[in-house]
Write a protein that binds this ligand. Structure first.
Ligand SMILES: Nc1ncnc2c1ncn2[C@@H]1O[C@H](COP(=O)(O)OP(=O)(O)OP(=O)(O)O)[C@@H](O)[C@H]1O
Length: 283
C-alpha cells in the first residue's frame, strides 16, 4: 500500500502549557512494496510519524492516505480494525508484550483478534514460528523460558501471523547480537521481496545502507531529506549539520580519501567500497 503524508503536523498536549511539536508540516510518500528507513536523532519525531500510519496518533492538521483510507484529525476510532489488520507494528522491545502461557497462544492472539478461527490461527502460528527461525517445538514452551532473542522472534511472529500488508518496525533489533540482528533484518528484507511494504525506524546506518531501498531523515519534527540511501548519505549539508551519521563503509572511504584515494560519491556498502578500492588499485 502506498502511504502519503500531506502537510501533517502533530502537537502533543495541544492547548496546554506543556504542548510540544512532534511533527511539523511533513509531506512525503512511502512507496508500496519497498523497504523504507526512517532515521533521525533521538526525539526527532520518527515514532510520532509512524504512529500516524495506523492511526494510533491522529494528526493535529494534515492528512495521511494509507491506500484508499484517509486519516485526519476527525478520524473516528471506530472502524479502524481493517486498517490495523493491514499495518503490523513491531514496537521497541516487543517481547515485553508477550503474556500468554505458551508461545503458540501468543502468536495466535493477533489473528484471532482480527477474526481468524482457532484452526486458522494455529496454522499461522506453525508457519510463522518457522519463518522467524525457530522450530515447531517452541510452540508449546512458555515465552518466559526463552532467551531475549528468541522472545523477540516470537513477538515478531505474532505480528506477522495476521499477514499485514505493511510492517512497521521501530528499532526491531535493539539489544540483539550482530548475528541475531543480521538474521532478523534478512527476514524483513525477504518479506519485502515477497511483496510486503517495510518501514524501519533505526539508528543503525549500516542496516539502512544494506537493506533499505529508500530513506527519510527527520529533524525536529521536519522532513529534511528523502531518497535513495546512496544519494542521501552523500548530501554534504546533512553531514555538516550533523543531521545524519554515515555507514561504516562510507566512514572508511572518508578516511581513505586522506590516504590518496578519491571517491566521487562515498560508497555506503562493503561491496561498493571493495569495488572502488579494487578499481583504484588496478588503475
Ligand atoms: N506522549 C508524548 N507527550 C508529549 N510529547 C511527546 C510524547 N511523545 C513524544 N513527544 C515529543 O515529541 C518529539 C518526538 O518524539 P518521538 O518519540 O517521535 O521521537 P523519536 O525520533 O522516535 O525518538 P527516539 O529515537 O528517541 O525513539 C520529542 O520532542 C518528544 O519529547
Amino acid at each position: 500500500m502506498e502511504i502519503t503524508f500531506e502537510h501533517v503536523t502533530h502537537s502533543y498536549n495541544v492547548n496546554s502549557p506543556t504542548a510540544s511539536l512532534g511533527l511539523d508540516d511533513v509531506s512525503m510518500t512511502i512507496k508500496d512494496k519497498k523497504f523504507t528507513a526512517i532515521v533521525g536523532q533521538t526525539g526527532s519525531g520518527k515514532s510520532t510519524l509512524v504512529r500516524h500510519i495506523n492511526a494510533l496518533l491522529k494528526p493535529t492538521s494534515g492528512t495521511i492516505l494509507v491506500g484508499d483510507r484517509k486519516i485526519t484529525s476527525e478520524t473516528n476510532n471506530k472502524n479502524l480494525k481493517s486498517l490495523r489488520k493491514n499495518i503490523g507494528m513491531v514496537f521497541q522491545f516487543p517481547e515485553s508484550q508477550l503474556f500468554e502461557d505458551t508461545v503458540q497462544k501468543d502468536i495466535m492472539f493477533g489473528p484471532m483478534n482480527f477474526g481468524a478461527s482457532a484452526r486458522e490461527a494455529k496454522a499461522a502460528a506453525k508457519k510463522m514460528i518457522k519463518l522467524v527461525g525457530l522450530d515447531e517445538s517452541y510452540l508449546e514452551k512458555s515465552p518466559f523460558d526463552l532467551s531475549g532473542g528468541q522472545m523477540r522472534r516470537v513477538a515478531i511472529a505474532g505480528v506477522l501471523a495476521s499477514d499485514p500488508e505493511t510492517i512497521i518496525l521501530d528499532e526491531p533489533t535493539a539489544g540483539l547480537d550482530p548475528v541475531g540482528r543480521f538474521e532478523i533484518m534478512n527476514l524483513f528484507k525477504n518479506l519485502q521481496l515477497k511483496g510486503k511494504t517495510i518501514i524501519l525506524i533505526t539508528h543503525n546506518m549500516d542496516d539502512v545502507a544494506n537493506f533499505a531501498d529508500e530513506m527519510a531523515v527527520i529533524h525536529s519534527g521536519k522532513l529534511v531529506a528523502t531518497g535513495l540511501p546512496k544519494d542521501v548519505f552523500n548530501q554534504q549539508d546533512l553531514l555538516k549539520e550533523d543531521l545524519l551519521s554515515l555507514p561504516k563503509s562510507a566512514e572508511f572511504a572518508r578516511e581513505l580519501s586522506s590516504q590518496g584515494f578519491h571517491f566521487d560519491k562515498l560508497p555506503i556498502t562493503i561491496t561498493a567500497l571493495g569495488k572502488e578500492i579494487k578499481q583504484q588499485l588496478g588503475d
